[in-house]
Design a protein around this ligand. Sequence first.
Ligand code: PDD
Length: 287
Amino acid sequence: MSRIVYVNSDYLPEEEAKISIFDRGFLMADGVYEVTSVLGGKLIDFDGHVARLNRSLGELDMAIPLSRDELLAIHRELVAKNDLVDGMIYLQITRGAPGDRDFVFPDPETCTPTVVMFTQSKPGLADSPAARAGISVISIPDLRWQRRDIKTVQLLYPSMGKMLAKAAGADDAWLVEDGLVTEGTSNNAYIVRANRIITRELSNHILHGITRAAVLRFAAEAQMEVEERAFTIAEAQAADEAFITSASAFVMPVVRIDGTALGDGTPGPVARRLREIYLEESRKAAI
Ligand code: PDD
């Protein structure tokens, strides 16, 4: 059975879904996106994702085409139509298709945004073997643009980073700028030293992760110490633990950085505990 996807108000089998070759998402990467995870058929951190989506649209002078309630209804409809139990919903909004290629933004009165959404089924998403074993990362220079706080679809460099990691026999890459880790290719980065959780402070240099916000809140509630500051790869290699967070990975332990094993090379207690708390609390709050 083919997937049912959403394109500009229509629900269609994926083979029938079409957008214009003039779409600015396709020609210029002029679009934003969100990835919301689904566990047990329910949406995790939905309102956080909508809030960040609206902020991304605002930063790019794009109109908000759908309200929170309309987006929720479409997300739920896609879950139902595709019998999605565990997985993700991908949402992309572009500035639309003006009918020709032009660097100048089209008139929003005549060019309406393109809205595309689809499901990705990942049975057992919350119970991945990677979470039990931990992942390895390499470091690479952060060559992305300076507005990483906007969740745009310009993902070529993160894709290249994942390929560099793969070629090096690792699972992912951490990006380094001015000697300091910014974040992972598609996740936020953390280390743990003497039970203190350290992660880079929010700025335009990183994406403001929705999972990050939830995890830091749960950590504070569990009386764990959190320090928001940047760290080097050397400090990370000497740390007790490391981990990443994202909507699709939740809290994922990192056990090796540039070939150096952290501690005994297995996931540490802080990352394991945070993953448990995050999954438990998020499932409870899922809608
Ligand atoms: N990526 N940093 C970057 C660069 C990201 O692309 C992501 C998410 C995050 C984590 O954000 P959140 O916790 O809101 O998912 C941090 C998504 C999952 C992706 O591109 O598939």
